[in-house]
Design a protein around this ligand. Structure first.
Ligand code: SAH
Ligand code: SF4
Length: 390
């Protein structure tokens, strides 16, 4: 509804906090203040995370007064759909609009499994943590438009739920059930992996991201295994060290993209603040405490970081960290002149890692034709909005 209001009106609407992501203790306190018994909290959480209804009025075992109070004080859908783009392969890119009209991207990627139908394919969702990004990496569309604001925990959880709504509706259509309602409270979450690789730097929005991960993981929330959650960071050293002490069993991916300081400095301004000699020990600390192997992400950009000298340095870092390396052929970004190296150059680079016995993959692309790289769909839509507004 909000998206249909003129821009100037939407700006003045009071923004309600999101119910998704609110910890049960906080909810219990607020409901207690309204004279409602504590067991209502469990009922509400069941509607939000298990049955996954999209309107308070559908929470039929709650008294009408409570449903009305919830409606007046919370939003159930902090992230509403503004646009969906399907690519010719198996990726769906959602552009979600927050209550203040901020736009963020959430991507659903299906990895088909040999010999099974589309519904059994493995599904990964890629979520955003901020509107834009302040870190200005030279290859990245999110960095180009700058940072607008952090997302709240509810807005991050809203992205997980939105993908659930889409997949739930699809499953119901397939089973010819009634639309908008799940068949059973015991149905699992309809995706297999979550990656924080959308717009923004998750560790720069630390509290909200950790709260959203706890809600995703908690039995009272979506009950999703921490081991299937990956957080990707450009390398904020103090926050990596703090995350190591959170006791979360999540995986860490680090966007390296340069294996020596001069090359990394030229691509990622963050490296001047936290150079490799600080970053590498912090990653070591994380994997030592958390017991999980770390992934190093490395975008291959022609004549910028795809030299063999970089491949050897990368092999050395990965061997020290016992890390897996994910080589990502660069996705061209509107307004940037860099290119991806041809297949032969990619393979020559990868051969150095193979010869050093470093575990690695070259990422097979999903959704290139729908601007799958971080921030690109939003950037284009913001530009279209600006043109439309004159
Ligand atoms: N801020 C975090 C998470 C978001 S960006 C981080 O930097 O890790 C996550 C990833 O998006 C980057 O590491 C990179 O792997 C990918 N990415 C961004 N721009 C890209 C581009 N132009 N081509 C290919 N991958 C890109
Ligand atoms: Fe921000 Fe990550 Fe993009 Fe760098 S790569 S600008 S940290 S979103």
């Amino acid at each position: 509804m909000l998206s249909k209001l003129p821009v100037f009106m939407a700006r003045f609407l009071p923004q309600r906090p999101a119910l998704p992501g609110t910890p049960p203790a906080a909810l219990e306190e607020q409901l207690g203040g309204q004279g409602h018994p504590a067991f209502r909290v469990g009922q509400i959480l069941d509607w939000v995370y298990r049955k996954r209804v999209r309107r308070f009025e559908d929470m039929t075992n709650l008294p009408r007064g409570l449903r009305e109070w919830l409606e007046a004080n919370y939003t159930l859908e902090p992230a509403r759909e503004a646009l969906v783009k399907r690519s010719s392969d198996v990726t769906e890119k959602l552009l979600l609009e927050m209550e203040d009209r901020a736009l963020v991207e959430t991507v659903l990627i299906r990895y088909p499994q040999r010999g099974v139908g589309a519904e059994e394919s493995r599904k990964t969702i890629c979520v955003s943590s901020q509107v834009g990004c302040a870190y200005g990496c030279r290859f990245c569309a999110s960095g180009l438009a700058g940072w607008k604001r952090d997302l709240t925990a509810g807005e991050i959880v809203g992205q997980f739920l939105h993908v659930c709504y889409i997949e739930d509706a699809r499953a119901l259509t397939d089973n010819q059930g009634s639309p908008g309602r799940r068949a059973s409270s015991d149905d699992p979450v309809p995706f297999d992996n979550v990656v924080f690789m959308g717009m923004g730097e998750p560790l720069a929005n630390y509290e909200a991201v950790v709260a959203a991960i706890r809600c995703l993981n908690a039995p009272w929330g979506l009950g999703f295994g921490a081991r299937r959650i990956t957080l990707s960071t450009s390398g904020l050293v103090p926050q990596i060290r703090r995350l190591a002490d959170e006791g979360l069993q999540i995986r860490l991916a680090v966007s390296l993209h340069g294996a020596t300081n001069p090359v990394r400095d030229a691509i990622m301004p963050i490296n001047r603040k936290y150079p490799l000699e600080e970053l590498i020990p912090a990653i070591e600390d994380f994997s030592g405490k958390n017991g999980r192997l770390v992934t190093l992400e490395y975008i291959l950009i022609e004549d910028v970081n795809d030299f063999l000298e970089q491949a050897h340095a990368l092999a050395g870092i990965a061997a020290r960290l016992r890390a897996h390396v994910n080589l990502i052929p660069y996705n061209s970004v509107e307004g940037l002149t860099w290119k991806r190296p041809n297949i032969k150059r990619q393979q020559t680079f990868a051969r150095v890692l193979r010869e050093a016995r470093v575990s690695h993959t070259i990422r097979k692309e999903k959704g290139h034709d729908i601007d799958a790289a971080c921030g690109q769909l939003r950037l284009r839509t913001e530009k279209d909005r600006a043109v439309a507004a004159g």
